[in-house]
Design a protein around this ligand. Structure first.
Ligand code: G4P
Length: 298
């Protein structure tokens, strides 16, 4: 893979400004809700997050859990729990898990609120902010959470640059705009994971290369789902994969071409249209035609 391409930094100019703004906003915040893509909890996490939110209570939302492997999502939630972090699986499209997040906002603040109450301060509002890289579902999540029974507060007349707060109940207020973090392509695997899931645009890395790598991952981890999806012959595919006379990448490409043949992705002269095959595999993955798949394991 072209290193230059994978090292692309998003929002190079924006980045510092965005970070400053988030750090400024965080001064008002008690609880941070970090939205991750349940299919790629590592790759969809901004690695600077820890530093940015230090001293804040945190809840991790594993969003798009409707697309992810249920068993692996469960394992991730256990993993976070062992590390003292509450993680909740959510489907912001359907509104699943939203209520659980709302309940946990109070739970993570319970001790703190008790301490404050002891000092005589009653009625402190819990202020919450949503953070995450683009496309993980921050806006969908905020809409869902806000829909419960909210009222917009905080925009006093004559004050133009006031933050908009959404009152969720008598204790919790949510900042209406999420903090947009930037994805970081620390290695090729992360860049690819972000590309498979459509978190970054396909044109950053070559589509054939993306789909080839996805197919390789799927064959290694979800073999039967690939066989099923394309009506391939189990033994034939095993034989191709285990053919030691060819380099492994050629074996994978052979299966890539077989899929192309099966799907009629052929250009004049009978050659396989690689771009078309790439689109088929990527769309199938994104439209969960292989079933629910998680790309990162605990
Ligand atoms: P953002 O604010 O973090 O950038 O994300 P946003 O809410 O805009 O969501 C990005 C896309 O992800 C949207 O699709 C949204 O419908 C989808 N999405 C959000 N949450 C979930 C979820 O829990 N499950 C599923 N399956 N999808 C979710 P979109 O606007 O249609 O964009 P696209 O599908 O064309 O990429």
């Amino acid at each position: 893979m072209n290193q230059e391409k994978t090292n692309i930094n998003w929002y190079p100019g924006h980045m510092a400004k965005t970070k400053r703004q988030i750090i400024e906003d965080l001064k008002l915040i008690d609880v941070v809700i970090e939205i991750l893509d349940a299919r790629i909890p590592i790759s969809s996490q901004n690695p600077d997050m820890q530093e940015i939110i230090k001293n804040k209570k945190r809840i991790i939302v594993l969003n798009k859990s409707d697309l992810a492997d249920e068993i692996k999502t469960k394992a991730w939630i256990e993993y976070y729990k062992k590390n003292g972090i509450i993680a909740i699986k959510v489907d912001a499209n359907q509104g699943k898990g939203i209520q659980e997040v709302a309940q946990n906002i109070e739970k993570v603040m319970q001790n703190e609120l008790e301490q404050i109450a002891k000092k005589g301060r009653i009625g402190k509002k819990i202020r919450v902010m949503v953070l995450g890289i683009p496309n993980v579902g921050k806006s969908s999540f905020i809409n869902r959470l806000a829909k419960k029974n909210s009222t917009v507060v905080g925009n006093k007349p004559g004050v133009t640059k006031q933050k908009q707060w959404i009152r969720l109940d008598d204790k919790i207020e949510l900042l209406d705009t999420p903090g947009v973090l930037w994805p970081k392509f620390q290695n090729e695997e992360i860049a690819l994971n972000l590309a498979y899931t459509g978190t970054i645009k396909d044109d950053i890395i070559d589509k054939v290369e993306i789909s080839y790598n996805l197919l390789k991952y799927l064959l290694e981890n979800y073999f039967e789902k690939v066989i099923q999806r394309y009506g391939l012959n189990f033994e034939e595919i095993e034989e191709i994969l285990n053919n030691d006379n060819n380099p492994k990448n050629e074996n994978i490409m052979e299966i890539f071409y077989l899929i192309g043949k099966k799907r009629g992705a052929i250009v004049s002269g009978g050659k396989i249209d690689e771009k078309k095959v790439a689109n088929i595999i990527l769309e199938d993955f994104r439209e969960i035609k292989f079933g629910r798949i998680t790309l990162e394991t605990v």
